[in-house]
Structures are given as structure tokens and as C-alpha cells.
Design a protein around this ligand. Structure first.
Ligand SMILES: C[S@@+](CC[C@H](N)C(=O)[O-])C[C@H]1O[C@@H](n2cnc3c(N)ncnc32)[C@H](O)[C@@H]1O
Length: 228
């Protein structure tokens, strides 16, 4: 563990949390987003209700959606600012997820306690993706799935996103293809690893624009299954 790097990441996301959440909640695309993301997650997960861990839950968008679909969801994050907002959304939900402080690289739960581990826009910012996915596999029951959504956001390098720390190296941040993410799932021993381009999300981004400072980019669902 590199505590200083993780502290930098946590502080960045705590600072950004209100703006990030406001973007997620834009009224002009909120319903369209919900429908599109239901079509992403529902086929990727076992039929509800199952136990789902949302790693790097941020402001809780995925956790709240999956709980609303009937799953028993726990969302974990390390940024206090994100956790505060996620807890607010959970409190306003009819079927709230549980929101906890927790490290996506070393989540502290009993072995075989989840049917699915999900994470959206998190793989790129993990300090050790291989250790993370290996730990997620240990949390899965036989037949469980890991399903993550990400993209190749920073093919030219991370720049000074997390400041100018020389140790700010994140293995997938400058991935050139999404296959690098798929390889992490394969190295963790998951079977049937597939990469699915999310064309509907791309069309929504093209129609409505993306967050300031970002380019429209194709996102992918990367998923794999624990044998058994
Ligand atoms: C781009 S945001 C994505 C948030 C959310 N998953 C979503 O779909 O909107 C990345 C999140 O990952 C969290 N994160 C980064 N490293 C983490 C770690 N090791 N453990 C837990 N959360 C982490 C950050 O705090 C941040 O909330």
C-alpha cells in the first residue's frame, strides 16, 4: 500500500464530490441515464436479489440503481466527501444500499459473501488493480461475477490530475486499450472474460455532452465469472 498516493486520491475525490454528483444528477438526462444503465447492469448480474458490492461507489449512482432493482447492495469508498453524498442519496431511496468506508483494493468482508462485485470508472484509478481484483474474487461465491465499466481515459498519461507527485503511478490510468483491464480480470482467475462496448452510453454522451475537461469516449463493460 502507498498511503500517500491513496490519501492524494481520496482528497481529490472529496474535493470534487459535489461537482461530480451534480453532473451525475443532471435533470435533462437522469431518466435516460437510468434506463441505459439498467440495460448495462441487468444482463451483467445474476437475477435480483443477490448480494452486490460496489467498489469505489463515489456518490452512489450504481449502488442506488442496483438496490432499486432489488439487489442487496453495499457501496464502499475512501473519499469522505463522496461517502457523505452517497449516504444522502441512500437515505432518500426507497430501497437503500448500505454505504461504508472501505478500500477497493483490500475490501474487508468475509470470503464468499457476495454474488457480484461491480465498479464503474474505478479500475483506472486503483493503485493496484491486480491486488484489487484478486481480493474481489475471494469475496465471490461460486458462479459469482466481477463486472466493471471503464474506458481508456488518459492514453497520453495522467498529467497532474492528482498533483505532481512522482509516485502517482496507477497501472491502468494510461491504458491504451480496454484489453489491459480485461487482462487483470483474467490474471485473477476469472473465466469467460468479455468486453462489451457501451454504444448507448456513447450516444447519450454525444447528445448531451460530458463533464467539463473530458472528451466523449467509448466506455466498456468488462466482466468475468468465478467458476463453480
Ligand atoms: C470516477 S469516481 C467513480 C464513482 C462511481 N463509481 C461512479 O460510477 O460514479 C472514482 C471513485 O473511486 C474512489 N476510489 C479510488 N480509489 C479507491 C480505493 N482504493 N478504495 C475505494 N474507493 C476508491 C474515489 O474516491 C472515487 O469516489
Amino acid at each position: 500500500m502507498n498511503p500517500q498516493l491513496q490519501d492524494t486520491i481520496n482528497a481529490y475525490w472529496t474535493d470534487r464530490a459535489p461537482e461530480y454528483d451534480a453532473y451525475q444528477q443532471r435533470p435533462e438526462r437522469r431518466d435516460l441515464d437510468r434506463d441505459a444503465w439498467v440495460r448495462v447492469w441487468s444482463p451483467a448480474l445474476p437475477p435480483a436479489p443477490v448480494d452486490v458490492l460496489d467498489v469505489g461507489t463515489g456518490s452512489g449512482h450504481v449502488a442506488c440503481l442496483l438496490a432499486d432493482l432489488g439487489h442487496r447492495v453495499t457501496g464502499i469508498d475512501l473519499a469522505d466527501g463522496m461517502l457523505d453524498i452517497a449516504r444522502g442519496h441512500a437515505a432518500a431511496s426507497v430501497r437503500p444500499p448500505r454505504i461504508l468506508a472501505g478500500d477497493a483494493v483490500a475490501p474487508d468482508f468475509p470470503p464468499a459473501s457476495y454474488d457480484a462485485v461491480v465498479g464503474r470508472y474505478v479500475m483506472w484509478t486503483l493503485r493496484d488493480p491486480d491486488a484489487a481484483v484478486a481480493s474481489w474474487v475471494r469475496l465471490l461465491r461460486p458462479g459469482g461475477v466481477v463486472a466493471v465499466v471503464d474506458s481508456t481515459w488518459f492514453t497520453d498519461g495522467l498529467g497532474n490530475l492528482y498533483g505532481d507527485r512522482p509516485d502517482a503511478t496507477l497501472p491502468l490510468a494510461d491504458a491504451r486499450t480496454i484489453d489491459e483491464t480485461a487482462e487483470v480480470l483474467r490474471r485473477a482467475g476469472l473465466a469467460d472474460v468479455t468486453v462489451t462496448p457501451l454504444e448507448e452510453v456513447l450516444e447519450l454522451d454525444r447528445a448531451h455532452g460530458v463533464a467539463p475537461g473530458h472528451d466523449v469516449q467509448l466506455q466498456y463493460l468488462v466482466s468475468g465469472r468465478l467458476a463453480g
